[in-house]
Ligand binder design. Structure first.
Ligand SMILES: [Zn+2]
Length: 303
């Protein structure tokens, strides 16, 4: 950062404090909206009523969207579905949504069984190319969620997941966009692993966003990677003890068959306001978590 930018940022932050403007525009960094199996736009309205303003709309699986998985064209359909849904959200609510497109690791693992592992990898890489074109057309902002399944898989599948991850990191480096990572539960050493992978393809580590991150904020900061934390009280309080360099997410899955599988659509704004009232967050923390960190991780400006 240039010195003048630092001064500018200092002035902005001083103005925020001086004006006592209560923070209002909350960001949910990882949300799934499912108009087929869930509440769809109604869930976004709940988020909005709780104070939500921005959400990163992560695509679901082809199956969730009623698409038969045959080849990479099935992913093109899934991405169109997600981009269209994002447009509807932006038209019908006061929330601005940003599409995030990728091949979910659980879907990729299933593909390895349905096709051969090498065929699955070929399809998934082509899907990343399609997502990349949508990002360069500004129809979407980031790649994700991508990485490794949270459950155990055969070694050959795990190797393919890592190859796909490297492919996605390389695509993100070329596009200058962010990647939302989905992985098994990780420790400090994995932040180093992902930093190393980012360096190997010249991807800015800040563009790597660890979805469902543990509250290892200092470890993430040391690696440059941005952690995104589930909005549960214990998790966020533990994170804030280290610093406010993190994002918040609900990982809402919007599936009426699985109520309470994760936290609800209101959880990010609701918990943020609660922690502010309890003196655990300051107004400045809210500006950082819901705006500055988001802009730095994605390399975008929130309106
Ligand atoms: Zn997710």
């Amino acid at each position: 950062m240039e010195g003048s930018e630092l001064v500018q940022e200092g002035i902005e932050s001083a103005l925020r404090v001086a004006s006592f403007k209560p923070f209002s525009d909350f960001t949910d960094n990882h949300m799934h909206i499912d108009p087929i199996n869930g509440e769809g736009i109604e869930a976004v309205k709940k988020f909005e009523r709780a104070g939500g303003k921005f959400l990163f709309l992560v695509c679901k699986t082809t199956k969730d969207c009623g698409i038969e998985l045959k080849n990479e064209k099935s992913f093109a359909q899934l991405f169109d579905f997600t981009v269209n849904l994002s447009k509807q959200i932006n038209e019908k609510t006061g929330v601005k949504s940003f599409p995030v497109l990728g091949v979910h690791p659980a879907e990729f693992a299933a593909m390895c069984g349905k096709f051969s592992v090498s065929k699955a990898l070929e399809i998934a890489e082509k899907a990343i190319d399609i997502a990349g074109r949508k990002i360069s057309n500004r129809e979407a902002v980031a790649l994700g969620e991508i990485g490794r399944p949270h459950f155990e898989v055969e070694h050959e599948i795990l190797e393919a997941c890592n190859k796909l991850l490297e492919y996605a990191f390389e695509a993100a480096a070329n596009l200058g966009c962010a990647v939302q990572l989905h992985t098994e539960s990780i420790t400090e050493k994995n932040f180093k692993e992902f930093r190393k992978l980012a360096d190997s393809v010249s991807l800015d580590p800040r563009r790597v966003i660890k979805h469902y991150s543990p509250p290892l904020i200092k470890a993430a900061e040391g690696s440059g990677i941005f952690p995104s934390l589930i909005a549960s009280k214990e998790n966020i309080i533990s994170a804030r003890k280290e610093s406010s360099r993190f994002l918040m997410e609900s990982d809402y899955i919007d599936d009426l068959q699985r109520p309470g599988a994760v936290v609800g659509p209101k959880s990010v704004p609701k918990l943020s306001l609660q922690l502010l009232n309890e003196g655990i967050f300051t107004e400045e923390d809210l500006w950082k978590i819901h705006k500055d960190n988001v802009e730095e991780a994605y390399g975008i400006e929130l309106p």
